[in-house]
Design a protein around this ligand. Structure first.
Ligand code: K7E
Ligand code: CUA
Ligand code: CA
Length: 650
């Protein structure tokens, strides 16, 4: 970002001034030292307080980044601005939300929410990781991918409409899809299955690992998804083996061609205590070309469920393990792609593993052991530890050579100067803590804009806290989450703002406003001319096909007739060509509630199950005659029906 670049040169002197000022006024007032206070708090040019009186469009010009935050059990995502910390949108993905017309009456949505392998429609989801698409390991603003941990599926959202265009379901697994990440050019996504897989017998036999349905132990998989030029996702391969996997990063730079993932349950236990039995667990290093080679060499089988997805044994690919601190969670890749940083959440240790050293050990075939045929690399020769605090969770990076590690138990973030080539840049003791940033409370993921790419934008850190307790006024036993905004281009790092956000963000990413704002669609591309309003009766299929248009302040047709029990197939077009003029289509006494944006066409499918007169009406206050924007569906018992009752164009 330009603003960020220009600030770099003056950093050193600014820090000195700040340190002195902080010493005088105390850390709590650092914010006010950034811009000298003129008059009362909340007045003046301070970018973190709104002007008074308020200027129109102030926040639009103030915003530097869009943040995309997973919604966890809310099933979709949130979009908010940085630094305003103002919520812009709450978008449904795996859940349903009529405000967006994201419902089962919407044909397209129902298809996406239907599991192709079981036929089940699943309208609850648990979104964890947002993954922005990238080019050369930097965000490119094309798409946002999000996973549903619970039902093992992932969605692709187009960033021009902020709508999901595809949901890809995983075959052979029973849920528990956790970490996933994109390759440097988003041609390959790699994901982990965290929970025990109990695949069909064919796969179990192929693995030749005895598993008892009641006692385990685990088998599970890591999988690859191919992303086409237009964003279409396709299951590409699954590698099954004796462990579960949690977090994953697909390498770039020094680690190009590899991906890494963790297992916190190398004990392969099916209960909590058992998952803590070993002193350390593993980080795995996987060679992507070796997976492609296994496929080319036909070293795979396919399941009956998914005959087009190669299932590969872990032994048939190149994979290495290195020890990592007990029960790891956060696993991240430093911007040059050389250091893997991993935190053992049941320890105080953040470990940095140097991939160049790992690669040297692999090339020299220098191993200290093996487990299930996987060579084990010496931890002493390839890594170092930072004893940094209790419960290290996730990690992000800036572009100045610092990593930020969140601590769930300590409730803080440690800013750590990295070693290797970064030492020259920051001049600090390598792998040393330079600041401790308090958090409220119990840190989960962290967000630095671009913090999981080759070129982080830096400047801000958002701490995503798991517990909020007394941060906001009480609002019942279920309490909001808390996202805290911190400036990190200065040390100590001051807290700028706290934002309540409903449950429950896991990961979030932020991308410069200009990368998204310029491509946002204001109006859908409408197929012209729109289909003429019409009602067609199909006596063979007992279906009515209604073609309807919506425009301020009419639905055309504004009434139609249906024989009782028939299916209604409604194609509804909002023919408006005006920004922000959405209409709704709610059908009284039926589970049909849609929203339709300017230029958009939707297919709505439901059954006219009971006799009567049912009004449909617009949901958005679209014009001064919005209340009048309504019509009637008239349902007539079949025995009273005659063709004379058919709707006819006037
Ligand atoms: Cu730590 Cu699912 Cu990435 Cu929650 S995950 S915090
Ligand atoms: Cu259309 Cu209200
Ligand atoms: Ca363990």
């Amino acid at each position: 970002m330009k603003a960020f670049e220009s600030k770099k040169s003056g950093r050193g002197s600014k820090i000195v001034v700040l340190v002195i000022l902080v010493a005088i006024v105390g850390a709590g007032f650092v914010v006010s030292t950034l811009t000298p206070a003129k008059g009362a708090i909340g007045v003046g040019d301070n970018p973190y307080t709104r002007p008074y009186p308020m200027k129109h469009g102030y926040w639009k010009h103030q915003e530097e980044f869009y943040a995309f935050a997973s919604g966890g059990q809310q099933g979709g995502i949130y979009v908010y601005g940085i630094p305003s910390m103002k919520l812009l949108s709450e978008i449904p993905i795996f859940n349903i939300d009529p405000a967006w017309g994201w419902t089962l009456a919407n044909k397209e949505v129902k298809e996406m929410l239907t599991d192709p392998y079981t036929g089940e429609v699943v309208t609850t989801g648990d979104t964890h990781h947002t993954i922005l698409s990238r080019k050369d390991a930097k965000y490119d603003g094309r798409w946002l991918f999000v996973n549903d941990k619970k039902s093992a599926r992932m969605a692709r959202m187009d960033l021009d409409t902020f709508r999901t265009k595809q949901i890809l379901w995983l075959p052979n697994v029973n849920g528990g899809m956790h970490g996933f990440h994109s390759g440097p050019n988003t041609k390959l996504l790699v994901g982990n299955v965290e929970f025990e897989g109990y695949p069909e017998k064919k796969i179990r036999d192929y693995l030749n690992i005895p598993i008892d349905k009641l006692k385990g132990p685990y088998v599970s998989c890591v999988f690859g998804v191919e992303v086409a030029e237009d964003g279409t996702m396709k299951n590409k391969w699954q590698v099954w083996g004796p462990w579960q996997y949690d977090m994953v990063r697909v390498g770039w730079g020094a680690m190009d061609g590899w991906f890494i993932n963790t297992a916190y349950n190398t004990e392969r236990s099916v209960n909590t205590v058992g998952m803590f039995k070993r002193p350390e667990d593993y980080v795995f290093f996987w060679n992507i070309a070796s997976i492609e080679k296994a496929i080319a060499d036909k070293k795979y089988i396919t399941s009956d469920e998914a005959p087009d997805v190669p299932v590969i044994r872990w032994k048939d690919v190149e994979c290495y393990a290195a020890p990592c601190p007990l029960n790891p969670h956060g696993l991240d890749l430093e911007p040059s792609g050389r250091f893997a940083i991993v935190g053992g959440k049941a320890t105080t240790i953040v470990r940095h593993i140097d991939f160049l050293k790992v690669k040297a050990e692999i090339d020299a075939k220098n191993f200290v052991g093996e487990e299930f045929g996987i060579p084990i690399i010496s931890g002493d020769k390839t890594s170092g530890d930072i004893d940094a605090g209790l419960g290290p969770t996730h990690i992000e990076f800036d572009n100045e050579g610092y990593l930020y590690a969140g601590f769930f138990v300590d409730s803080d973030v440690k800013k750590i100067a990295m070693g290797g080539p970064w030492t020259k840049k920051h001049g600090k003791e390598p792998w040393s803590i330079v600041d401790t940033i308090p958090a409220h409370y119990s840190v989960g993921h962290l967000l630095v804009p671009g913090g999981d790419t080759a070129e982080p934008y830096g400047k801000y850190l958002v701490i995503m806290n798991k517990l909020t307790k007394d941060t906001f006024p009480p609002h019942g036993p279920l309490v909001t989450e808390c996202h805290e905004l911190v400036r990190i281009d200065q040390t100590p790092c001051p807290l700028i703002d706290q934002m309540p956000l409903p449950p429950e963000t896991h990961y979030a990413q932020a991308i410069p406003v200009e990368m998204i704002a310029k491509k946002t669609k204001f109006i859908y591309d409408m197929k012209l001319p729109p289909k003429k309003p019409n009602v067609v009766y199909d006596y063979g299929k007992k279906e009515v096909h209604v073609v309807m248009t919506a425009v301020r302040s009419f639905f055309i047709p504004d009434s139609f007739t249906v024989p009782e029990g028939w299916k209604v197939n409604l194609t509804l077009t909002n023919v408006e060509q005006s920004y922000d003029i959405s209409h709704g289509w709610a059908l009284c006494d039926h589970d049909v509630m849609e929203s339709i944006d300017p230029g958009e066409t939707k297919e709505i499918v439901y059954t006219a199950s009971r006799e009567g007169v049912f009004w449909y009406y617009c949901l958005w206050f679209c014009s001064e005659l919005h209340l009048e924007m309504r019509g009637r569906m008239i349902v007539i018992p079949e025995k009273e029906w005659s063709r004379d009752l058919e709707w006819k164009a006037k």
